[in-house]
Write a protein that binds this ligand. Structure first.
Ligand SMILES: Cc1cc2nc3c(=O)[nH]c(=O)nc-3n(C[C@H](O)[C@H](O)[C@H](O)COP(=O)(O)OP(=O)(O)OC[C@H]3O[C@@H](n4cnc5c(N)ncnc54)[C@H](O)[C@@H]3O)c2cc1C
Length: 393
C-alpha cells in the first residue's frame, strides 16, 4: 500500500505551509494550549478562520451545491494537520461534524441557514452529548425534550460541553421519546446559545483550558431546528463521533513533540553525561519513534478508508484515537522521567527545560484520552466491531 502523497497533494501541502508562513500570528498560534488550540474562541482566532475561509479552504470536501469543492478527504486532512502543527484553530466542529451531518441528514432549511455560515466562518458551535449519568454510555442521556405547540421544551443538564462559553449555537442531543429503547428515544437539535432558560457554568480542566456545565430550564426550540428525523439522533451522534475522534485528535503535534524530545535527548546532559548515551533512554526513544510511525500510518489508513464510500469508518477511527492519544500521554510521561525534577517546572517559566512544554503536555494529554470517548470505550469498539468479540457486560 502506498502511503506517500501524490504530487498534487504535496503541492497543496506546500501551498498551505507557505500561506501559514505568510499568516503567522503568535497571538493566534499558541503551542502551549495543546489540543485546545483547535478552538476558535477569541476575536483574533475568528479573524484567522475568516482568512482561511476566504482562501476557500473551509468545507473543501463538501458538495459544490453547498459551497464545497468536492475535494477528496486527504486535502482536508493535510490542511487540518498543518493547522494543528502550528497550533492554529482548525476546521473542527463546524465543517467536520455539524456541516457534514447536516449535509447527510439535515432539512433544506437547516442546510440553507447553517452551511453558508459555516463555510464563511461566521458561526461557532458547542456539542452537547455528555451528562452526569451519560458519558461513555452517551445513549443514556436524560435531557428531556417535551413536545409543545410549534416545537419542544427542554429541561435537564449537560456536562463537559467544551466551547459553550463562547459558541453561537448548541448541537445538542435530548430524549424526545422516553417510551422507546434508549438508542431510539434520542433526537438532535440546534439551539442558539443565548436561548432563554439556558445557563452556562464554566469549569477549569487539568490542562489550562475550560469546559462547561449547561443547565436547561424550559428552553424552547422550534420544530424547524430538529436535525433529521425524530428518534434518529443517536445514529447521527455515533456517525459524528467517528469524525470527531479523527478530526479533533490530530497527529502532527504528536510527531512534533516526539521530534522535540529526540532533539533534547541528543543535546542535553545529566551529571555531565550525555543523555543520548543512556541505554534506557535510548530504548524509550526508539519505542516512541516507532509508535509515532504507527500512529501516522493509522491516521492515513483512516483517510484512505473514508475515501472509499465517504462514510467515516468506526473501527479505524477508534484505532487511531486510542493509539494517538495514548502515545501522546506516553511521550509526556517519558519526557518528564528523562528530565527529572526540572521537567515539572511549569510551562512558560524561565529556565524550565524546553520552556516547560512537556509539563503542560503532561496535564493536557490526560483529558485527550477521555474526551471524544475514553480509551476503554475505543478498545470495546475495536474488540466488538473490529474483532467480532462478545460484549464484556
Ligand atoms: C476536556 C473534555 C472535553 C469534553 N468535551 C465534551 C464536549 O464538548 N461535548 C460532550 O458532549 N462531551 C465532552 N466531553 C465528555 C467526554 O466525552 C466524556 O467525559 C467521556 O465520554 C467519558 O465519560 P464520563 O466522563 O462520564 O466517564 P465514565 O463514562 O463515567 O467513565 C469512567 C471510567 O470508566 C470507564 N468505562 C466506562 N464504561 C466502560 C465500559 N463499558 N467498559 C470499560 N470501561 C468503561 C471509562 O473508560 C472511564 O475510564 C469532554 C470531556 C473532557 C474531559
Amino acid at each position: 500500500m502506498d502511503f506517500e502523497f501524490s504530487p498534487a497533494e504535496q503541492a497543496f501541502a506546500a501551498e498551505v505551509e507557505q500561506w501559514l508562513d505568510e499568516n503567522h500570528d503568535p497571538v493566534v498560534m499558541d503551542l502551549t494550549r495543546e489540543n485546545f488550540s483547535q478552538l476558535c474562541d477569541t476575536p483574533e482566532r475568528r479573524a484567522f478562520m475568516k482568512k482561511l475561509s476566504k482562501k476557500g479552504w473551509l468545507g473543501m470536501t463538501w458538495p459544490k451545491e453547498y459551497g464545497g469543492q468536492e475535494a477528496e478527504g486527504v486535502y482536508e486532512f493535510i490542511l487540518n494537520e498543518a493547522l494543528a502543527r502550528r497550533a492554529a484553530p482548525q476546521i473542527g466542529k463546524g465543517v467536520g461534524i455539524i456541516g457534514k451531518t447536516l449535509i447527510r441528514h439535515g432539512s433544506e432549511k437547516l442546510k440553507q441557514e447553517f452551511l453558508p455560515k459555516i463555510i464563511n466562518a461566521e458561526v461557532e458551535f458547542a456539542v452537547g452529548y455528555s451528562e452526569p449519568q451519560a458519558g461513555s454510555d452517551a445513549a443514556n442521556m436524560q435531557l428531556k425534550a417535551e413536545k409543545v405547540p410549534g416545537g419542544w421544551k427542554l429541561n435537564g443538564q449537560k456536562i463537559w460541553t467544551t466551547s459553550a462559553h463562547f459558541a453561537d449555537w448548541y448541537w445538542v442531543g435530548a430524549r424526545t421519546d422516553p417510551d422507546k429503547s434508549k438508542h431510539d428515544g434520542i433526537s438532535l437539535f440546534l439551539l442558539p446559545m443565548d436561548a432563554p432558560g439556558l445557563e452556562i457554568q464554566s469549569m477549569p480542566t487539568i490542562g489550562k483550558d475550560t469546559t462547561n456545565q449547561v443547565f436547561f430550564t424550559d428552553v424552547f426550540v422550534g420544530d424547524d431546528y430538529l436535525v433529521g428525523e425524530r428518534g434518529r439522533g443517536f445514529r447521527y451522534i455515533s456517525e459524528a463521533l467517528d469524525l470527531e475522534r479523527f478530526t479533533m485528535f490530530t497527529f502532527s503535534p504528536i510527531e512534533d513533540r516526539t521530534k522535540l524530545l529526540c532533539r533534547y535527548v541528543a543535546e542535553a546532559t545529566r551529571d555531565g553525561e550525555p543523555l543520548k548515551n543512556d541505554p534506557v533512554i535510548r530504548q524509550q526513544i526508539a519505542q516512541l519513534v516507532t509508535q509515532t510511525e504507527v500512529a501516522r500510518v493509522l491516521g492515513l489508513r483512516f483517510v484512505a478508508e473514508s475515501m472509499k464510500d465517504g462514510k467515516p469508518p468506526t473501527v479505524e477511527s477508534s484505532k487511531y484515537k486510542l493509539t494517538a492519544t495514548q502515545l501522546s500521554q506516553r511521550t509526556a510521561n517519558v519526557a518528564l522521567d528523562i528530565m527529572g525534577a526540572a521537567g515539572q517546572i511549569q510551562v512558560d517559566t524561565e529556565d524550565a527545560p524546553l520552556a516547560g512544554r512537556f509539563e503542560g503536555t503532561y496535564r493536557c494529554t490526560v483529558v485527550e484520552t477521555i474526551g471524544g470517548g475514553a480509551s476503554e470505550i475505543q478498545k470495546n469498539i475495536i474488540a466488538r466491531r473490529g474483532l467480532g468479540l462478545p460484549r464484556n457486560f
